[in-house]
Write a protein that binds this ligand. Structure first.
Ligand code: GLV
Ligand code: MN
Ligand code: MN
Length: 411
């Protein structure tokens, strides 16, 4: 495969840096102007290639390059373009841009293939804005509805549905997408690993066997607001110090279950009306429990609930729990993984089978169609950070392996 890597990189830089902030991180949160601008950049390039382009009612972008045999079910590749706050340039974008380069190579070189190649940029993959992940693929797969999405709000009170309304949301168009996904040959999402395993083992490619799924909760801790000078220590019901104890316990429970590869994180905390001289009467924390074993994830949640009972008595606070999402670990398609493995061997790339600790749109598609994921190492395993980085050799490998797999399946 002989293509102009520098030309690809210059397109990559344009799209991956939309929403760059002063610190050098990306603030391309889902459905923001930056997110829409990045999608427009991608669309313009796809029009330039004369790909068929389609925007569905969930704001997912679809691209298609028809094969010579319209009776063969298409292969779908792709990922997402939105980021976490102050995020990096590779999570999601690499899968979209590697897919785009494969499409461009097929077009530029007039390469004929029997099976249609499709690409998707799913919308709102990150849970950062609405506390719910993979909204675009959940809608397209029929695993959520605009009605249910009204319960999810960003920090300004906006719901994802407002952005779907821009397109005069039509349930029929999403039903059509679900039917389409049920009939594809398969879906392959290429992504950075977001962890250190490949890099530390010196392995080129990861083939994902299963994806850890999240249980996500919001806990409202309700204590009593008081004067920080006048209220004595023994009469306080401080919601923030109660939250601190709870957060530490959640970390301890996560560590206890790390033998089963589970993790538990509190990455977001809100103290409404916070002030230096006020004993906090209210605090919200957001809990993200993930694992590849359901029983282990449930032990963390149950342990947390037990601790909450003691905390309420001991500190005179009340804790209200809201379930944000509850998903089970998802196995991926082994046969599709074997095709990736075969092509790694063919191209001289080393590979290993591994679980994914992070969540992906592939989790949803896997419930409707055979689905696989290709992992590429990222430097230091760092992700969801402005320090996210990928070596040039791994960027090249990402395009190479994706192209070989696409041609093996579609050629
Ligand atoms: C997606 O990036 C996740 O939070 O796993
Ligand atoms: Mn991410
Ligand atoms: Mn991602």
């Amino acid at each position: 495969m002989d293509y102009d890597f520098n030309k690809w990189m210059s397109d990559y830089r344009v799209i991956s840096t939309v929403g760059l902030n002063e610190e050098g991180g990306l603030d391309r949160l889902a459905f923001t102007d930056y997110d829409f601008a990045a999608r427009t950049e991608l669309l313009n390039r796809a029009y330039g290639l004369r790909l068929q382009c389609y925007l569905d009612a969930a704001e997912n972008l679809w691209f298609s390059k028809p094969g010579t045999d319209p009776d063969l079910p298409p292969l779908l590749i792709g990922s997402h373009l939105d980021t976490v706050p102050n995020g990096g340039k590779y999570d999601g974008v690499l899968g979209v841009m590697a897919g785009f380069q494969v499409m461009r190579y097929l077009v530029d070189n007039k390469i004929s293939h029997r099976r249609t190649v499709e690409m998707v940029a799913f919308s709102c993959e990150e849970s950062s804005r609405f506390n719910l992940s993979t909204i675009g693929s959940k809608l397209a797969c029929g695993f959520t509805t605009p009605e249910k999405l009204k319960n999810y709000k960003d920090s300004q009170g906006h719901t994802p549905v407002e952005f779907l309304a821009r397109l005069r949301y039509s349930p029929e168009s999403l039903e059509e997408r679900r039917e389409h996904l049920k009939n594809i040959y398969g879906f392959i999402e290429l992504h950075i690993e977001q962890g250190p395993v490949l890099e530390s083992a010196g392995t080129d490619i990861g083939i994902v066997e299963s994806i850890a799924a999240p249980i996500r909760l919001k806990l409202d801790i309700i204590g009593h607001t008081d004067h920080s000078g006048a209220c004595p220590m023994d009469l306080r019901h401080d919601a923030l110090t109660a939250a601190a104890a709870l957060i530490t316990e959640i970390e301890r429970l996560g560590r206890e279950e790390s033998v089963n590869k589970s993790v538990a994180t509190v990455g977001k905390i809100n103290v409404p009306h916070q002030a230096l001289n006020v004993v906090p009467g209210r605090c919200e924390i957001f809990v993200d429990i993930r694992g590849i074993r359901r029983d282990s994830m449930e032990r963390i949640r149950d342990g947390m609930r037990n601790f909450v009972c003691g905390l309420e008595k001991e500190r005179g606070v009340k804790v209200e729990e809201t379930l944000l999402s509850d998903e089970s670990p998802v196995p991926l398609d082994h046969s599709l993984g074997e095709i990736i493995e075969r092509n790694c061997r063919k191209t001289g790339l080393s590979c290993r089978w591994m679980p994914s600790g992070a969540g992906h749109d592939a989790m949803n598609v896997a419930k409707l169609a055979p689905t696989a994921m290709i992992f590429i190492p990222c430097v230091g395993g760092v992700s969801h950070s402005l320090l996210e980085n990928v070596l040039e050799k791994d960027l090249r490998n990402s395009i190479r392996i994706l192209y070989e797999v696409v041609m093996d399946i579609c050629g």
